[in-house]
Design a protein around this ligand. Structure first.
Ligand SMILES: C[S@@+](CC[C@H](N)C(=O)[O-])C[C@H]1O[C@@H](n2cnc3c(N)ncnc32)[C@H](O)[C@@H]1O
Length: 361
């Protein structure tokens, strides 16, 4: 039987009228295209074209094939679009969602922890950097402003988030940032395209972090670096201690696991990066310790980042019957108490930096 690629050839020749222009569209040489057409004709056992003076004209059956090709390729395109929509919906399963509240939480989180995470986020002048999973641009604003001579390409699966990020980039007049929709499991960039890669709070949400790290490895040049920042909910402790508060944090860990992620991934950065082949892996814990002598962190981190994140999963916790509503609400109240007078709150982020060796293994 002939294959879909043969229909693509026939359709392109029909649309362009010449073999040369059809070959250009298909990124083939004219002789490769001509060879594939002959393959098609020999598979079918009939001529699809009359050839005269370098011109191609459909035979009667060739014309029928061409019309069938248009219908079939239209259906294939429709399926491709549906797959694309399905994948976006999968991205929408991302546990924290893409609401305006979550956008604000990501900005609050980024602002409150910027000094802890980014005091050493510096790359050499002129470097071309991929920010993988940039979301609404919450980290982009810090790294792009801090490295004005570098160029950043922020990518994310969520078109909605990219639109919010684009607004931010415009408002802040960040001329060194480009944004584009990409799936981190199969990036469209050629190998060795970027000098460095930066990824923050993404691996904890994906089912196969190694696959994503391998894809990031592919687009990174040998000698380039990867920087990964992730949280680890197992590092959460607070005063006053509360079994209810611990329980709501555990519910978040469970939900994230049910959605294919791992909320305790921070502690695994070292082995993950090593497994994928990165060298000189250095992981540093960035502990946030908050008490009421630091009102900006009490508000920005304990309340607006951490407690807001847990509050955001309420509906899903009830729907999945992970906790009864009164216990969940008690846990939230107890988390809020850690942000009141005399309360303290600790959480540790992990930042890993590693190099792709010059000699690929
Ligand atoms: C918690 S957000 C972090 C966003 C940003 N890095 C930050 O720190 O604010 C995680 C992001 O990863 C994106 N993401 C998850 N899986 C992805 C994939 N396979 N390809 C591209 N982006 C993905 C989600 O769409 C989401 O925007």
């Amino acid at each position: 039987m002939f294959e879909i690629r043969h229909l693509v050839l026939v359709d392109a020749i029909d649309r362009h009228g010449t073999l040369k222009r059809a070959a250009q569209e298909l990124h083939l040489s004219p002789s490769a295209l001509s060879h594939q057409l002959k393959q098609l004709e020999s598979t079918l056992g009939i001529p699809v074209f009359h050839r005269s003076g370098g011109q191609l004209h459909f035979t009667a059956l060739g014309r029928e094939l061409c019309e069938a090709a248009r219908t079939i390729l239209g259906q294939v395109k429709e399926i491709e679009e549906r797959v694309d929509t399905y994948k976006t919906t999968q991205a929408d399963r991302y546990i924290h969602g893409y609401s305006a509240t979550e956008t604000q939480r990501l900005y609050d989180q980024a602002h409150s922890i910027a000094d802890f995470i980014h005091w050493d986020s510096h790359w050499e002048s002129g470097a071309h950097i991929l920010e993988a999973g940039c979301g609404v641009g919450a980290q982009t604003q810090t790294i792009a402003r801090q490295n004005p001579t570098c160029t950043f390409v922020g990518v994310d699966l969520s078109q909605k988030s990219l639109e919010v990020a684009a607004e931010l980039v415009k408002d802040l007049k960040l001329s060194n940032v480009e944004l584009q929709r990409e799936d981190l499991t199969r990036l469209s960039f050629p190998r060795h395209h970027f000098d460095h890669v930066f990824v923050c709070f993404v691996l904890e949400h994906v089912p196969a972090p190694r696959d994503i790290l391998r894809e990031l490895w592919r687009v990174l040049r040998p000698g380039g670096t990867i920087t990964v920042v992730e949280g680890d909910h197992g590092s959460t402790y607070f005063h006053p201690d509360s079994a209810y508060a611990r329980q709501v944090v555990a519910a978040q860990v469970e939900l994230q696991a049910q959605n294919g992620g791992d909320a305790n991934i921070g502690r695994q950065l070292y082995p993950l990066l090593r497994e994928v082949g990165f060298a000189e892996v250095g992981v540093s814990p960035r502990q946030i310790y908050v008490d009421d002598s630091k009102p900006a962190l009490v508000q920005g981190f304990t309340r607006d980042t951490f407690t807001a994140m847990i509050r955001g999963i309420a509906e899903e916790v009830y729907a999945k019957k992970l906790l009864p509503e009164h216990e969940f609400q008690r846990g939230i109240r107890d988390l809020e108490r850690t942000a009141a007078g005399g309360g303290t709150f600790c959480y540790t982020f992990f930042k890993g930096v590693a190099i792709k060796p010059k000699e690929e293994t």
